[in-house]
Design a protein around this ligand. Structure first.
Ligand code: PEP
Ligand code: MG
Length: 420
């Protein structure tokens, strides 16, 4: 992100719908050069308690309180006035000014949904006629096509079934190219559908497009995924198609216990359960294996599975540079999930990624369970070269928009594919 000087002549927001049918914002911006761009704002369901605050109207008569007309007004009023009032030298400067104007430290007054929408639209406008990923760079890191992590089986807060773990993803780490990785994802997904149908399970979909059958034990799902991977003709494991988990454990942590498939486990027992899963199945990454408040457990999990699985923080890190800095100091986790709206600006997101990279923590850019058709995160992943993206199943328009954007970049460049 260079130190270009620019003016902003127009900023406006609109209330649109996300993939769950809830309201969200689309923000449009115009630069003094005439360059226009817009961006759609995502929204999570299993959120970390320290995420930047999404502003919702709270008017029960309209969208059950979920309307975003106050956030829209903040863009069209206060933020438009601020952004049009002077010239700017960099996106980070605008992001800082919006943060300062908000004044709460967690974007609660103006709304993280308002601020991230402006920040994303502005990044896209500043990219101008260049590809967005060429603008979203981390100094010292080369662009790369990521390993897509396809969430093919959903539970937890994303599906109305009895499965406690939220996400089971397949990751074609061993694929020779991005198009072959996408083909592997779609082929395994299709094979999984057939297996579920053959066994009499429902093939309805969860929020992120994965199937949501009534299977209870995570190990039973893992066995099914290995069968689907091999049945589709791939090797199960890092040389072919591996598995990544996002249990989203804060959602099943209650009163000091992890409640999984009818059992009540201590933090130590939960860690041993993961160690066994990693030994028995090709699980290469575990996101939010423990609850966001269980910091001692996180340190123990990181140590226990060091060198065997990527231990990734989502709810616990919330893409927050200050929290990530503290976690790095305590050797907590080895990887961070990166979500733009958790921290609420593009430049703070890039700062979080830079901190991780410099500390040797891997990063995976992520969609939210409530999405729009915007493919911004595909460019963010490629530009930063972090090598990992999760965007749900290889089905449903708002999810495949990101994978299709990767295919388009792959077709027009010779960027390398794979983990960073
Ligand atoms: C994408 C996720 O879900 P949500 O957007 O509901 O937080 C996640 O937990 O990683
Ligand atoms: Mg998560």
């Amino acid at each position: 992100m260079g130190a270009e000087s620019f003016g902003i002549t127009d900023l406006d927001a609109l209330e649109i719908l996300d993939s769950r049918g809830n309201p969200t914002l689309r923000v449009s911006v115009e630069l003094s050069t005439g360059q226009r761009a817009s961006a759609g704002v995502p929204s999570g369901a299993s959120t970390g308690s320290r995420e930047a605050v999404e502003l919702r109207d709270g008017d029960a008569d309209r969208y059950g309180g979920k309307g975003v007309t106050r956030a829209v007004s903040n863009v069209n009023g206060e933020l438009a006035e601020l952004l049009r009032s002077r010239t700017w030298s960099a996106l980070a400067e605008v992001d800082r000014a919006m943060n300062d104007a908000d004044g709460t430290g967690n974007k609660a007054r103006l709304g993280a949904n308002a601020i991230i929408g402006v920040s994303m639209a502005l990044a896209r406008a500043l990219a101008g006629t260049n590809e967005l990923y060429t603008y979203l760079r981390l100094g010292g890191t080369s662009p790369r096509l990521p390993v897509p992590h396809f969430n093919v089986l959903n539970g937890g807060a994303h599906a109305p079934n009895s499965l406690d773990f939220q996400e089971f993803m397949i990751a074609p780490i061993g694929a020779p190219s991005l198009p072959e990785a996408v083909r592997a994802g779609a082929t395994v997904y299709g094979r999984l559908r057939s297996l579920l149908q053959d066994r009499g399970f429902a093939t309805g979909l969860g929020d992120e497009g994965g199937f949501a059958p009534d299977i209870t034990r995570p190990e039973d799902v893992l066995a099914l995924l290995v069968e689907a991977i091999e049945g589709a003709g791939y090797t199960a494991g890092r040389a072919g198609v591996a598995i990544a988990l996002d249990p989203a454990a804060s959602e099943f942590y209650d009163d000091g216990s992890y409640r999984v498939a009818g059992e009540s486990l201590t933090s130590t027992e939960m860690i041993e359960r993961y160690a066994q899963m990693v030994a028995d199945f090709p699980v290469w990454s575990i996101e939010d294996g423990l609850a966001e408040g269980d910091w001692d457990g996180w340190v123990a999990l990181t140590e226990r599975l060091a060198g065997r699985a990527q231990i990734m923080g989502d709810d616990i890190f919330v893409t927050n540079p200050a929290i990530i800095t503290e976690a790095i100091g305590r050797k907590l986790g080895s990887s961070a999930l990166i979500k733009l709206n958790q921290i609420g600006s593009v430049s703070e997101t890039l700062e979080a990624m830079r901190l991780c990279r410099d500390a040797g923590y891997t990063q995976m850019v992520s969609h939210r369970s409530g999405e729009t058709e915007d493919s911004f995160i595909a460019d963010l992943t490629v530009g930063t070269g972090c090598g990992q993206l999760k965007s749900g199943a290889p089905a449903r328009g708002e999810r495949v928009a990101k994978y299709n954007r990767l295919l388009q970049i792959a077709a027009t460049t010779d960027l390398p594919y794979g983990l960073a």
